[in-house]
Design a protein around this ligand. Structure first.
Ligand SMILES: NC(=O)c1ccc[n+]([C@@H]2O[C@H](COP(=O)([O-])OP(=O)(O)OC[C@H]3O[C@@H](n4cnc5c(N)ncnc54)[C@H](OP(=O)(O)O)[C@@H]3O)[C@@H](O)[C@H]2O)c1
Length: 470
């Protein structure tokens, strides 16, 4: 083994193999390894004798084929497999080597792995990679955290491989431990809410206006160049339009209505609950996937479904859907931003939320015109209160179109189309911008039956009352 590959890629699933091809296309020499050797063989056969590519079939050969310090990108299934792979690689590594976990790992696991490997002198970098397998190939958005020295050692490679937004590489270092995976987790939470909001609009177009996939596709396509310009709206019109080879039927009509999940949405919702920072649209998107998985129950319960007929003209409904979807997208980003601000502070990562919006401008699944606008707005300001700065940026749109937002929720309810993400996004916005909520009544009731006490707007201290029962 010559020991001169620039980097190693461990794991040749859809992400790993495409990232390896991406690195090769930028002129880096790459060694590859996969637990199941058959996968390595198939990959080598497929890409032929690509210049700079070294296939290896043992961990020893893999590590020995890398130049020092070794820089290894792990693209393996998140969870236990990452610990197993780190344990297997450990004896072959030396202090100063860099291990990058590029899967969707929990940020707490990355905190732990960072500490454990630090003690052995290995520079661990936990890095979220977004953009799917196509992004991995052409240029993903990458969110790194962990060892700053390790990041420094691969930064040049990452900047080459990353998606570029007008020449600016969409990769950043967010801080110690699992900070990169934290940002990727919240990114995925936003992605959950955006996809669910799109599906809710599709429900109104399909059930309410009786649109078939082609018509609905045209509606989304029409929106994809305006305020709603985004990877996901574009993906939506392509998916709806796609006809299966052979039958010639729209494939979407044959897809089972069960949306699976791997964990990042749940982790974002848990983070929100742990920190006490509300992100209900993200949580509702997770609940929506649970509901979708209860397919048998839903079939039986559908006997009790209720729906009303559509009261409005088609053009008006489509406009209502457009603005409602746009504002739900904005609210989802705002929820994510608020969550990141709080998490960065309370977990001690110390990053600026603006940096997340910077790396989300290209390559990732949640890239959109809204993200570009958000980053431009944040760049113009400094200091605390990033989410408030974003609210300032979007407040005109929200004021002008809040009635369409509410109109969509009412319409969906009349049609019997569930729209929990849209309605929670609207209600989150109404609540988070309320100068005075009715939580005074909730607290008073808590005091009424539990003597939990309350604070007053006219005096300092904690008070309790018998509420007339003394
Ligand atoms: N797919 C996406 O769009 C996407 C997007 C962003 C992030 N990610 C994340 O990127 C990572 C890789 O994703 P993926 O979709 O390419 O593939 P994946 O299905 O999540 O993982 C497949 C890879 O993991 C390896 N693996 C599984 N268990 C292992 C173990 N115990 N020891 C060693 N290797 C093991 C597999 O090896 P074998 O061939 O031997 O089974 C294979 O190379 C995951 O964490 C995923 O969540 C995926």
């Amino acid at each position: 083994m010559p020991g001169n590959s620039d980097v190693g890629v461990f794991g040749l699933g859809p992400m790993g193999e495409n990232f390896a091809l991406n690195l090769l296309s930028r002129g880096f020499s790459v060694s590859i390894y996969n637990r199941t050797p058959e996968r390595t063989r198939t990959f080598l056969e497929r890409v032929g004798g690509a210049a700079g590519l070294t296939g290896t079939y043992s961990l020893r050969d893999f590590v020995a084929s890398l130049s020092r310090p070794r820089r290894i990108f792990l693209f393996v299934k998140a969870g236990q497999p990452v610990d197993e792979v780190i344990a297997q690689l450990g004896p072959h590594l030396e202090p100063g080597d860099v291990l990058l976990d590029c899967g969707n790992s929990h940020f707490r696991d990355s905190d732990r792995r960072y500490e454990e490997l630090l003690r052995k002198g290995i520079d661990f970098v936990g890095m979220g990679v977004s953009g799917g397998y196509e992004g991995a190939l052409k240029g993903p958005s990458m969110m790194a955290g962990g060892s700053i020295r390790g990041y420094g050692s691969v930064e040049g490679v990452l900047r080459e491989a990353a998606a570029k937004h007008r020449g600016d590489p969409c990769v950043s270092y967010f801080g110690p431990g699992g900070s990169g995976h934290l940002v990727k987790t919240v990114h995925n939470g936003i992605e959950y809410a955006m996809m669910a909001a799109i599906a809710e609009v599709y429900g109104v177009l399909r059930n309410g206006l009786g649109m078939g996939p082609d018509e609905a596709s045209s509606v989304f396509e029409g929106w994809s160049s305006g305020e709603l310009s985004s990877f996901l709206v574009e993906a939506t019109y392509r998916v709806l339009r796609y006809r299966e080879e052979g039958s010639g039927e729209p494939l979407i009509e044959r897809v089972l209505d069960v949306a699976e999940q791997k964990g990042t949405g749940i982790w974002t919702a848990q983070l929100s609950l742990d920190l006490g920072v509300p992100a209900p649209s993200i949580a509702e998107a997770v609940h929506g996937r649970f509901v979708s998985a209860m397919r048998d129950f839903r079939q039986r319960a559908s006997t009790y479904a209720c729906a009303a007929s559509l009261p409005r003209a088609e053009g008006e409904v489509v406009e209502t859907c457009r603005w409602s979807l746009y504002l739900t997208f904005v609210a989802s980003y705002l929820q994510g931003s608020l969550l990141l601000e709080a998490a960065s502070k309370s977990l001690g990562y110390g990053f600026d939320v603006a940096e997340a919006f910077r790396v989300w401008r290209a390559g990732c699944i949640i890239r959109s015109r809204i993200v570009e606008r958000a980053y431009a707005a944040l760049s113009a300001f400094q200091g605390e209160g990033r989410t408030l700065q974003l609210m300032e940026e979007f407040q005109r749109d929200i004021r002008e179109h809040v009635s369409e937002w509410g109109g969509f929720v009412a319409l969906a309810a009349r049609l019997g189309v569930p729209a929990p993400v849209t309605s929670s996004a609207l209600n989150w916005y109404l609540a988070i911008t309320s100068r005075r909520l009715t939580a005074n009544l909730v607290q008073a009731l808590r005091d009424y039956f539990g003597r939990h006490g309350f604070q007053r707007i006219d005096m300092h201290g904690t008070f309790s009352s018998g509420w007339g029962r003394e």
